[in-house]
Design a protein around this ligand. Structure first.
Ligand code: GDP
Length: 169
Protein backbone atom coordinates (compact mmCIF):
# COMPACT_ATOMS: atom_id res chain seq x y z
CA UNK A 1 0.00 0.00 0.00
CA UNK A 2 1.07 3.54 -0.79
CA UNK A 3 -0.81 6.42 0.81
CA UNK A 4 -0.94 9.97 -0.52
CA UNK A 5 -1.03 12.56 2.22
CA UNK A 6 -0.80 16.32 2.21
CA UNK A 7 -2.77 19.37 3.12
CA UNK A 8 -5.86 20.37 1.14
CA UNK A 9 -5.34 21.61 -2.40
CA UNK A 10 -1.85 20.25 -3.02
CA UNK A 11 -3.27 17.96 -5.72
CA UNK A 12 -3.81 14.62 -3.96
CA UNK A 13 -6.94 13.67 -5.85
CA UNK A 14 -5.48 14.93 -9.13
CA UNK A 15 -2.48 12.65 -8.59
CA UNK A 16 -4.66 9.74 -7.54
CA UNK A 17 -6.85 10.10 -10.62
CA UNK A 18 -3.79 10.46 -12.83
CA UNK A 19 -2.33 7.19 -11.54
CA UNK A 20 -5.55 5.23 -11.37
CA UNK A 21 -6.34 6.45 -14.85
CA UNK A 22 -9.97 7.21 -14.39
CA UNK A 23 -12.11 9.70 -12.63
CA UNK A 24 -13.15 8.49 -9.24
CA UNK A 25 -16.30 10.18 -8.18
CA UNK A 26 -15.99 11.79 -4.82
CA UNK A 27 -19.28 11.42 -3.08
CA UNK A 28 -19.63 13.74 -0.18
CA UNK A 29 -23.21 14.42 0.67
CA UNK A 30 -22.52 16.33 3.84
CA UNK A 31 -20.94 19.67 3.03
CA UNK A 32 -17.84 20.37 5.06
CA UNK A 33 -17.23 16.73 5.88
CA UNK A 34 -13.91 15.33 4.81
CA UNK A 35 -14.27 12.84 2.03
CA UNK A 36 -13.25 9.40 3.07
CA UNK A 37 -10.17 7.59 2.02
CA UNK A 38 -10.35 6.39 -1.57
CA UNK A 39 -8.62 3.20 -2.71
CA UNK A 40 -7.41 2.22 -6.13
CA UNK A 41 -5.44 -0.74 -7.47
CA UNK A 42 -2.22 -0.07 -9.37
CA UNK A 43 -0.09 -2.45 -11.44
CA UNK A 44 3.38 -1.20 -12.30
CA UNK A 45 6.43 -3.17 -13.39
CA UNK A 46 5.34 -6.59 -12.05
CA UNK A 47 4.20 -5.11 -8.76
CA UNK A 48 0.66 -4.61 -7.58
CA UNK A 49 -0.26 -2.22 -4.83
CA UNK A 50 -3.16 -0.31 -3.37
CA UNK A 51 -3.03 3.46 -3.69
CA UNK A 52 -4.88 5.44 -1.04
CA UNK A 53 -6.00 9.03 -1.40
CA UNK A 54 -6.80 10.86 1.83
CA UNK A 55 -8.84 13.90 2.78
CA UNK A 56 -10.46 16.33 0.38
CA UNK A 57 -11.03 20.05 0.46
CA UNK A 58 -11.60 20.94 4.05
CA UNK A 59 -13.01 24.29 4.90
CA UNK A 60 -11.87 25.64 8.22
CA UNK A 61 -9.01 27.39 9.89
CA UNK A 62 -5.43 26.20 10.00
CA UNK A 63 -5.90 24.34 13.28
CA UNK A 64 -8.85 22.35 11.96
CA UNK A 65 -7.06 21.55 8.72
CA UNK A 66 -3.96 20.48 10.62
CA UNK A 67 -5.89 18.18 12.93
CA UNK A 68 -7.64 16.57 9.96
CA UNK A 69 -4.40 16.07 8.06
CA UNK A 70 -2.82 14.72 11.23
CA UNK A 71 -5.63 12.20 11.60
CA UNK A 72 -5.01 11.01 8.04
CA UNK A 73 -1.29 10.74 8.76
CA UNK A 74 -1.97 8.59 11.82
CA UNK A 75 -4.28 6.30 9.86
CA UNK A 76 -1.73 6.05 7.06
CA UNK A 77 1.13 5.21 9.41
CA UNK A 78 -0.79 2.22 10.73
CA UNK A 79 -1.34 0.59 7.41
CA UNK A 80 0.93 1.70 4.60
CA UNK A 81 4.25 0.52 3.19
CA UNK A 82 5.20 3.99 2.02
CA UNK A 83 3.91 7.52 2.47
CA UNK A 84 3.65 9.73 -0.60
CA UNK A 85 3.95 13.17 1.00
CA UNK A 86 2.65 15.74 -1.44
CA UNK A 87 3.50 19.45 -1.24
CA UNK A 88 2.66 22.34 -3.54
CA UNK A 89 5.53 23.54 -5.71
CA UNK A 90 3.66 26.66 -6.68
CA UNK A 91 2.68 27.83 -3.24
CA UNK A 92 5.75 26.51 -1.45
CA UNK A 93 5.92 25.09 2.05
CA UNK A 94 3.44 26.12 4.71
CA UNK A 95 3.56 25.61 8.50
CA UNK A 96 1.23 22.62 8.10
CA UNK A 97 3.69 20.99 5.71
CA UNK A 98 6.48 21.53 8.23
CA UNK A 99 4.42 20.06 11.08
CA UNK A 100 3.41 17.03 9.05
CA UNK A 101 7.05 16.55 8.02
CA UNK A 102 8.12 16.53 11.64
CA UNK A 103 5.63 13.79 12.48
CA UNK A 104 6.68 11.75 9.47
CA UNK A 105 10.36 12.06 10.36
CA UNK A 106 9.62 10.62 13.80
CA UNK A 107 7.81 7.63 12.31
CA UNK A 108 9.84 4.84 10.82
CA UNK A 109 7.84 4.68 7.60
CA UNK A 110 9.51 5.39 4.29
CA UNK A 111 8.46 8.77 2.89
CA UNK A 112 8.66 9.92 -0.71
CA UNK A 113 8.54 13.70 -0.84
CA UNK A 114 6.64 14.76 -3.94
CA UNK A 115 6.57 18.37 -5.10
CA UNK A 116 3.48 18.80 -7.26
CA UNK A 117 2.44 21.57 -9.65
CA UNK A 118 5.90 21.77 -11.18
CA UNK A 119 4.36 22.53 -14.56
CA UNK A 120 7.41 24.43 -15.75
CA UNK A 121 10.70 22.73 -14.92
CA UNK A 122 12.84 25.55 -16.22
CA UNK A 123 11.50 28.12 -13.82
CA UNK A 124 10.46 25.91 -10.91
CA UNK A 125 13.18 23.30 -10.51
CA UNK A 126 15.55 25.63 -8.68
CA UNK A 127 12.93 26.24 -6.01
CA UNK A 128 13.15 22.52 -5.22
CA UNK A 129 16.08 23.16 -2.89
CA UNK A 130 13.62 24.51 -0.37
CA UNK A 131 12.26 21.01 0.02
CA UNK A 132 15.52 19.30 0.96
CA UNK A 133 15.30 20.87 4.39
CA UNK A 134 12.32 18.67 5.19
CA UNK A 135 14.78 15.80 5.55
CA UNK A 136 13.39 13.21 3.15
CA UNK A 137 16.25 13.28 0.69
CA UNK A 138 15.66 13.95 -2.98
CA UNK A 139 12.21 15.29 -3.64
CA UNK A 140 10.57 14.14 -6.83
CA UNK A 141 9.12 16.96 -8.91
CA UNK A 142 5.89 16.20 -10.72
CA UNK A 143 2.95 17.80 -12.42
CA UNK A 144 -0.09 15.71 -11.62
CA UNK A 145 -2.23 17.90 -13.85
CA UNK A 146 0.03 17.43 -16.87
CA UNK A 147 1.25 13.92 -16.12
CA UNK A 148 4.94 14.81 -15.79
CA UNK A 149 7.29 12.40 -13.95
CA UNK A 150 4.48 10.12 -12.83
CA UNK A 151 6.40 7.07 -14.06
CA UNK A 152 9.41 8.10 -11.96
CA UNK A 153 7.17 8.41 -8.95
CA UNK A 154 5.67 4.95 -9.54
CA UNK A 155 9.20 3.53 -9.84
CA UNK A 156 10.05 5.03 -6.46
CA UNK A 157 6.82 3.72 -4.92
CA UNK A 158 7.20 0.11 -6.07
CA UNK A 159 10.68 0.08 -4.58
CA UNK A 160 8.94 0.05 -1.20
CA UNK A 161 6.20 -2.42 -2.06
CA UNK A 162 7.01 -5.92 -0.84
CA UNK A 163 6.76 -8.87 -3.21
CA UNK A 164 3.78 -11.13 -2.71
CA UNK A 165 3.72 -11.95 0.93
CA UNK A 166 5.18 -15.29 1.84
CA UNK A 167 3.85 -17.02 4.91
CA UNK A 168 6.48 -17.35 7.61
CA UNK A 169 6.51 -20.18 10.11
P1 GDP B 1 -6.37 17.88 -3.00
O1 GDP B 1 -7.25 18.75 -2.15
O2 GDP B 1 -5.02 17.74 -2.38
O3 GDP B 1 -6.97 16.55 -3.35
O4 GDP B 1 -6.11 18.69 -4.36
P2 GDP B 1 -6.84 18.57 -5.79
O5 GDP B 1 -6.40 17.36 -6.51
O6 GDP B 1 -8.29 18.77 -5.59
O7 GDP B 1 -6.19 19.81 -6.56
C1 GDP B 1 -6.29 21.11 -6.03
C2 GDP B 1 -6.12 22.10 -7.15
O8 GDP B 1 -4.79 22.03 -7.67
C3 GDP B 1 -7.05 21.85 -8.34
O9 GDP B 1 -7.50 23.08 -8.83
C4 GDP B 1 -6.14 21.15 -9.34
O10 GDP B 1 -6.55 21.36 -10.67
C5 GDP B 1 -4.81 21.83 -9.07
N1 GDP B 1 -3.66 20.99 -9.48
C6 GDP B 1 -3.44 19.69 -9.19
N2 GDP B 1 -2.30 19.26 -9.76
C7 GDP B 1 -1.76 20.32 -10.41
C8 GDP B 1 -0.58 20.51 -11.20
O11 GDP B 1 0.23 19.60 -11.44
N3 GDP B 1 -0.37 21.76 -11.68
C9 GDP B 1 -1.23 22.78 -11.46
N4 GDP B 1 -0.94 23.98 -11.98
N5 GDP B 1 -2.37 22.63 -10.75
C10 GDP B 1 -2.63 21.42 -10.22
Amino acid sequence: TATIIGRPNVGKSTLFNRIIGKRVSIVDDKPGVTRDRIYGQVEWRDKKFTLVDTGGIEPGNEDIIFSKVLHQVELALESTDVIVFLVDGKEGLTPIDEDVAQILRKSKKPVILVVNKVDNFETQSETAFEYYKLGFGDPILISAAHGVNIGDLLDRIVGYIPDEEIAEY
